[in-house]
Design a binder for this molecule. Structure first.
Ligand SMILES: Cc1cc2nc3c(=O)[nH]c(=O)nc-3n(C[C@H](O)[C@H](O)[C@H](O)COP(=O)(O)O)c2cc1C
Ligand code: SF4
Length: 436
């Protein structure tokens, strides 16, 4: 556990997902304290004072989002936990759903009280099986124990929690696409304004937060905002569940206190690069964040300011380790194939641009690359920058320009010579023939 822990503060036992186990470790005490001693506005104030930033990728302060909801506006309010987790390389929300689902349920009850929500939803990735079963079982247990439903813990507060399964679309993880999907329509992202906190689900004020963001709330309310702020760094309080994969000796989910050295995390806590190779680069936080080379991360600490200073972001906490000898052309090909496949098609620059980008990289890999292809890719990225309804257009652009800025020679080599500088290798030891 690199640094102090908040979410992984108990060992994962075979029963950590069960209510009895969670309660034996103080679970639902924070909800009891909130309902018994605090007004809804005080809870929001405490969340704002904690400084917790969103864990879904954009790092938006949770308290600031909540403060937009007016409790006396006479409208129903909605709360949705984003458990879509479609970002390649990211699998930390899944850990929470499998091992600590009651943390999410308790935290959502706290959030629903603060925002005066009667009906809350968890939008869960359709491909998730065990996480879905564990979460639904936790919700059922909570209803049975009077922790959800009518007059929770004997108070005047009532709320219902619905688990809604998605159907496998990446854009349904985008907050407005997610709401459109819950409404029963095709999960198209929506133009803003209006903000979702003004007109969200069924055109009513709605808060969408990531699973990990919400799951921190029971700990924040139990320990108080001041104690929470003492964990992590002043600008990034708390911890991040980092899912690390790729060419790394010990892949998995680790809870990292913000401010922890990234190189130490990879080389010591995670056992270093697979096969003892040198580190070529990392994709720091899902494929929508720009790659950082082995040298660039030497001084980086795991927090938002440090990643931003290095020219990237910690995104959704999904770190992919890339060993020396890996072909970056092939890596980018996999990424743009994903974006092309997942574009919902509403915006011309994204719909046409992703396909064009994919065809260009495929052309290079198939030996049909031409001079000017790289400049065309950069122009497509530029055409998407800030011109699309949701962030996916920009995200593909970041992936492309990030890799071209640092590994352009590998693309030029393939275009000029008709073959990869690294035998098209993605997996360590994988021969070119295996990639055909
Ligand atoms: C294409 C796309 C996919 C996204 N997928 C997810 C996702 O799977 N999970 C998530 O929490 N946020 C995802 N987001 C970010 C959400 O739109 C939103 O910012 C987030 O759920 C808010 O939660 P937070 O403030 O707690 O971070 C995605 C954004 C985009 C543009
Ligand atoms: S940017 Fe792409 S994924 Fe997002 S709304 Fe537009 S077409 Fe759909």
């Amino acid at each position: 556990m690199p640094g102090r822990a908040l979410l992984m503060d108990f060992a994962v036992t075979p029963t950590s997902h069960r209510l009895a186990d969670y309660r034996a470790r103080g679970g639902y005490d924070a909800l009891r304290k909130v309902l018994g001693t605090m007004k809804p506005e005080q809870v929001t104030k405490e969340v704002a004072a904690s400084g917790i930033l969103g864990h879904g990728g954009a790092a938006f302060p949770a308290g600031r989002k909540w403060q937009v909801i007016h409790l006396d506006d006479g409208q129903p309010h909605y709360l949705c936990a984003n458990a879509d987790e479609g970002e390649p390389g990211t699998f930390k929300d899944r850990w929470i759903l499998e091992h600590a689902p009651h943390r999410l349920v308790e935290s959502m009850a706290i959030a629903a009280y603060a925002l005066q929500v009667r009906h809350a939803f968890v939008y869960i990735r359709g491909e998730f099986d065990l996480p879905y079963r564990r979460l639904q079982a936790a919700v059922d247990e909570a209803y049975e124990a009077g922790l959800l439903g009518e007059r929770i813990l004997g108070t005047d507060f009532s709320m219902d929690l619905v688990v809604h399964r998605g159907a496998g679309s990446y854009v349904c993880g985008e907050a407005s696409g997610l709401l459109t999907s819950i409404e029963g329509r095709k999960g198209y992202p929506r133009n803003r304004p209006p903000r979702l906190t003004v007109k969200g689900l069924y055109q009513r004020p709605t808060v969408v937060n990531n699973v990990e963001t919400l799951s921190n709330l029971s700990a924040i309310l139990a320990m108080g905002a001041d104690a929470f702020r003492r964990i992590g760094t002043p600008k990034s309080p708390g911890t991040q569940l980092v899912s690390i994969s790729g060419h790394v000796a010990r892949p998995g989910v680790y809870e990292v206190e913000f401010g922890y050295p990234v190189a130490k995390f990879i080389h010591e806590d995670c056992g270093g690069v697979l096969g003892g190779r040198a580190l070529k680069c990392i994709v720091p936080g899902g494929i929508s964040t720009k790659v950082l080379t082995g040298e660039e991360i030497a001084e980086v600490t795991y927090d938002h300011a440090s990643f931003a200073k290095a020219g990237s972001g910690l995104g959704s906490g999904g770190m992919i380790v890339v060993a020396e000898g890996t072909c970056m052309v092939r890596l980018l090909q996999v990424m743009v194939r994903f974006y092309h496949h997942e574009s919902c098609g509403q915006c011309t620059p994204c719909r046409e641009g992703m396909g064009w980008m994919h065809r260009l990289v495929d052309g290079i890999v198939e030996g049909r690359g031409r001079p000017g292809d790289l400049e065309r890719m950069e122009l497509i990225a530029m055409a998407n920058d800030g011109t699309t309804i949701c962030g996916m257009g920009d995200a593909c652009g970041y992936a492309v320009t990030g890799i071209l800025a640092k590994y352009r020679d590998e693309f030029e080599h393939w275009i000029a010579q008709g073959r990869s500088k690294f035998d098209g290798r993605l997996e360590i030891g994988e021969p070119e023939a295996a990639l055909a």
